[in-house]
Design a protein around this ligand. Structure first.
Ligand code: ZN
Length: 310
């Protein structure tokens, strides 16, 4: 059974995840701050998604040319390993804060046009076959998701990603993901920017190909540490954050690369290097939680007699 791949969202000031977890899939945005980021990794990621950094370009529209972003992605790939499986994502027009129907349609049309232009560039570049383009599905309801998928398929996309989900309620996110998976095939769908465990568990059930999240880094930056089985979050006692999360001034048993060496480092709030150690620890527990969801799914699947399987 193919497992859900968790791509950790990475930016230039974050922990070097794949140096600690060889083969760890990573998502990197082709924004100007991430200058040839792969040069810095001792162990290159085995799976990589290079997205466009659409959120950055939304506030710098003059720099959002499809051609320039594609070149930036190719520049990043120069330093990758030859066997890295790469998915490249075209720029989409975020519709996060759009209320007017007309504006939303305009954003969708713009994204589809970008996808078309991007596919032309991609085809002319004649890249090795482990590099594939991803069409970004956009929509604000089921009908617009369907429209977006049909247009992307016409252009020739086989792999897809669904975005613009962040502002939505969990149930709505799940409905959109489920519907998109029905249209393109769950094993061809990446879900951008997910944080909720409920959504992750549902994606495991659906057999979704992959998702990305910056949650291990974000939580670490807010002085939080994760543990798994069951998944839970604590606030480190030395932080000044005033939040209603259980505080912790000691560490629990953990086999992550940080805790095996110096567990107490997790509890030191600053400077940023300690934040990076916390994010490695957090990644380990989020990953373990996803694996538990996977085992649970396999247990349920195996418990169903063959004749009843569809
Ligand atoms: Zn740990």
């Amino acid at each position: 059974m193919k497992a859900l791949d968790f791509y950790v969202g990475w930016s230039h000031s974050d922990a070097m995840y794949s140096d600690y977890f060889p083969g760890c899939p990573m998502l990197i945005s082709a924004v100007p701050d991430n200058i040839r980021p792969l040069r810095r990794f001792k162990i290159k990621p085995k799976k990589l998604i290079l997205d466009s950094g659409a959120v950055f370009y939304a506030s710098h529209p003059e720099r959002a040319r499809v051609k320039d972003i594609f070149s930036r992605q190719l520049e990043i790939l120069q330093d990758g390993a030859a066997d890295t499986e790469v998915r490249l994502v075209h720029v989409d027009e975020p519709m996060l804060n759009m209320k007017q129907l007309r504006d939303r349609y305009k954003a969708m049309e713009k994204t589809i046009f970008n996808a078309y232009e991007y596919m032309n560039l991609f085809s002319s570049a004649q890249l090795p076959q482990q590099i594939t383009p991803v069409g970004v599905i956009q929509g604000f309801d089921l009908a617009s998701i369907r429209y977006s998928v049909l247009e992307l398929k016409k252009i020739g996309y086989i792999n897809f990603g669904i975005g613009s989900l962040l502002a939505r309620r969990p149930q709505e996110q799940i409905a959109f993901i489920t519907y998109a998976a029905e249209l393109v095939g769950a094993d061809k769908l990446h879900v951008f920017g997910v944080t909720g465990l409920k959504q992750i568990q549902k994606m495991v059930e659906l057999g979704i190909q992959s998702f990305d999240s910056t949650r291990p880094t974000m939580a670490a930056a807010f002085f939080q540490i994760f543990y798994s089985n069951p998944f839970r979050t604590y606030l480190i006692d030395q932080s000044n954050v005033n939040k209603k999360i259980t505080r912790i001034d000691y560490t629990l048993p953990c086999d992550c690369p940080i805790c095996l060496e110096r567990p107490d480092d997790l509890l030191i709030p600053t400077p940023r290097d300690y934040m990076k150690l916390r994010s490695i620890h957090n990644y380990y527990h989020l990953k373990k939680t996803i694996q538990q969801f996977q085992h649970e799914k396999e247990r349920v699947t195996n418990a169903v007699p063959n004749v009843l399987r569809s």
